[in-house]
Design a protein around this ligand. Structure first.
Ligand SMILES: Cc1cc2nc3c(=O)[nH]c(=O)nc-3n(C[C@H](O)[C@H](O)[C@H](O)COP(=O)(O)OP(=O)(O)OC[C@H]3O[C@@H](n4cnc5c(N)ncnc54)[C@H](O)[C@@H]3O)c2cc1C
Length: 396
């Protein structure tokens, strides 16, 4: 999408820094709130989103989380993705089908991890998710058990959703510009102005940090030090094979962290964390530092599914998680002191599916001063300075 570089006004009710999935969801939910009639500016330094986490996403959604709030967030994601197709019927941007619900299949190779899966399954089904535990006999090979949910879980067209939210927001009057925020001016407990790379200066009533892997950099501009978010490498490969397996492969998570799913009719998507230590990398470093395909992925996928020995890579990318080192969970809502500076950051690998609920939550806080639909206060910024982590252990 082409955007102008200059904003149409010199003051806005809401300025959103970052126009990928989080920023666009906030903008969309703002303009779709009947109580909101303010002005919105979304500033995106790279409208192609080429280097965003959003573009690198494997586009999966799941309800198999270990914290209640993440299951509830996932349930709104499924509802949102299914409903926008209905609401906007023949809009060419609307992806079909909304969710390819082949599910996630978590494999366990130990009694301990089976116990974790059982505990998580109890929580998930108490909230209405369809997770089932499969026994060692059902999963065979060297495994102890697995968990699977095929209700509203699988993959979806995450980029389709972003493009559609952006287009709808622009149609509804949101200004999107191709520019970069380089300075944030504060006055005591308020954010007052922002400065752009082009030299433009804008007065703001509310600012949202939706800057992905650059979230800590943007927070620092506002004097907020040590936001615990850093870029972490994640590899994805698409490969085709001579002989496919006869049914859709759920997003299957091997105990080593390698995860694989059906992609097209004759190809598969596989991803993994680094082989070496999972450490912070420069936000602009998109190099393949390791040969993850040969050294990590190939031995595992061919052991699990022998006919994958004909695998040929057709595409590959290395993207960055915007990893929250504090507790691997999103940070949503205002700063504890600077109340007009909001966060929508730190998704640690599940931000494509969390964008609908988290964007809605930030929009509600701005418009109503409170959560109206789903209370995300457990994800508030204040838990960081107060040292109250909400650890999500189901991180891939
Ligand atoms: C390999 C990989 C696979 C993944 N798979 C999944 C998955 O299957 N399911 C899932 O739910 N999630 C997945 N994720 C995570 C998900 O992609 C991210 O959590 C999500 O896209 C984060 O979106 P965002 O909008 O918050 O951040 P981003 O997509 O990073 O967007 C932030 C935007 O802010 C802009 N920006 C930054 N600083 C400035 C500035 N100063 N001025 C202007 N603009 C600025 C950037 O250009 C960028 O476009 C995956 C991530 C990776 C890397």
């Amino acid at each position: 999408m082409q955007f102008p570089t200059t904003p149409s006004r010199d003051n806005y009710d809401v300025v959103i820094i970052g126009g990928a999935t989080s920023g666009s969801s906030i903008a969309w939910h703002l303009v779709n709130d009947k109580s909101f009639s303010g002005s919105v500016l979304v500033i995106e330094r790279d409208p192609s989103l080429q280097f965003s986490a959003t573009q690198a996403s494997n586009n999966c959604m799941r309800q198999q989380f270990a914290t209640k709030i993440n299951v509830e967030i996932a349930q709104y994601a499924a509802e949102f993705v299914k409903n926008f197709g209905l609401e906007f019927g023949d809009d060419p941007c609307v992806p079909t089908p909304p969710i390819r619900d082949f599910g996630y299949l978590y494999l366990s190779d130990s009694k301990n991890f089976t116990e974790v899966l059982r505990e998580d399954q109890k929580l998930q089904s108490s909230l209405g998710a369809g997770t089932q535990i499969l026994s060692a006999d059902e999963v065979k090979k060297d495994l102890d058990s697995a968990s699977l949910n095929t209700k509203d879980e699988g993959c979806f067209n995450a980029m389709g959703m972003v493009n559609w939210m952006r287009m709808s927001a622009v149609k509804a009057g949101v200004d999107y510009i191709n520019n970069e925020v380089i300075e944030i001016m504060t006055n005591g407990d308020k954010t007052e102005d922002i400065k752009l790379l082009s030299g433009d200066r804008i007065s703001v009533k509310n600012v949202v940090n939706a800057a992905g892997t650059r979230a800590a950099q943007v927070a620092k501009m506002a004097g907020i030090k040590n936001l615990p978010i850093e870029a972490r490498r994640r590899y994805t490969y698409i490969f085709s094979v001579d002989e496919t397996i006869p049914q859709d492969l759920p997003l299957t998570i091997d105990p080593t962290g390698v995860h694989i799913r059906s992609y097209g009719p004759k190809d598969y998507l596989v991803g993994c964390p680094p082989i070496g230590p999972d450490i912070a990398v420069d936000v602009d470093d998109f190099s393949f530092a390791e040969n993850a395909w040969e050294e990590k992925i190939l031995p595992i996928i061919t052991r699990r599914i022998p006919q994958f020995n004909t695998a040929r890579i057709t595409n590959a990318w290395m993207g960055h998680y915007e990893f929250n080192t504090f507790d691997h969970n999103a940070v949503i809502g205002p700063h504890s002191v600077m109340k007009n500076f909001y966060f929508c950051v730190g998704f640690s690998g599940h931000g494509s599916q969390q964008a609908p609920a988290c964007g809605r939550a930030v929009a509600e806080l701005i418009v109503h001063g409170a959560f109206k639909s789903l209370d995300l206060s457990t994800l508030s910024y204040s838990r960081i300075p107060e040292g109250r982590p909400l650890v999500e252990r189901a991180v891939i």
